[in-house]
Design a binder for this molecule. Sequence first.
Ligand code: HEC
Length: 233
Amino acid sequence: MTAQSALKRKTVREPAYSSEQAERGRKVYEANCVTCHLPELDGSANATAEARGAPLVGTRFVQDFGESKVSALFNKMKRDMPSGKPGTLTDQEYLDAASFVLQRNSFPSGAAELTGDTAGDFWIPGAGGGEGLSNYTYVTAVGCLHQDPTRSWLLTNAQELKKTDVPAAGAAPTPAVTEGPGEYTFRLLDAFHYSPEPHNGHKVRVIGYMVRLGAEIRVNVQALQMVSATCGN
Ligand code: HEC
């Protein structure tokens, strides 16, 4: 997918369901799903309960359904749920249950209902910082370079990753443009090849390949340039 089409795609941050529909979905959920997925939808992530269902909110939800269309969530429910008696609800009930799950993941409701057709139009956003970018996209980001207690290198306070061109061999490095601090943290892979130690705590530009690992985004470093000797937040 190009960066262009990534920007234009519709996500569930725009309303994809109505609040009446989510309310119907809550009833479907309470009648058919709550025993395994629990009232807070945290399922097996809830250490104190003996739940058998996967969590339907939070990191696990982003990991399994981020960068997918809502239709993938609907299809999963219809194909496998309720576990043990899959496909026993109507399509409308599965759509309503999907709306309830979207609502509990803090996506907004609007005037229109989610339908079998619109479920194929809306994307669920993936892990923050690399939305709409596919694995191994060549990217760049500016942020603060830090080594964590496990000695791995992180780029903190970074802006969203931006797609960039792979440089031609021998080409001069692009000048590092200063950017304001952002909200993302990316773990850097192979940073040690680029002598990061002197720049610990500096603002740097990192260029490399984006690697999506579940709900986490990492950058496999191909170049590292210092932007400023302070992180200036
Ligand atoms: C008998 C227990 C049980 C019931 C009832 C149940 N589930 Fe599940 N559900 C599971 C288990 C176990 C998994 C994990 C295995 C799998 O993905 O098939 C799961 C997985 C899921 C997933 C995929 C989660 C992910 O991150 O991959 C969704 C979505 C889901 N359930 C929705 C529902 C809905 C909606 C209902 C009610 C209509 C429901 N489940 C009823 C046990 C249950």
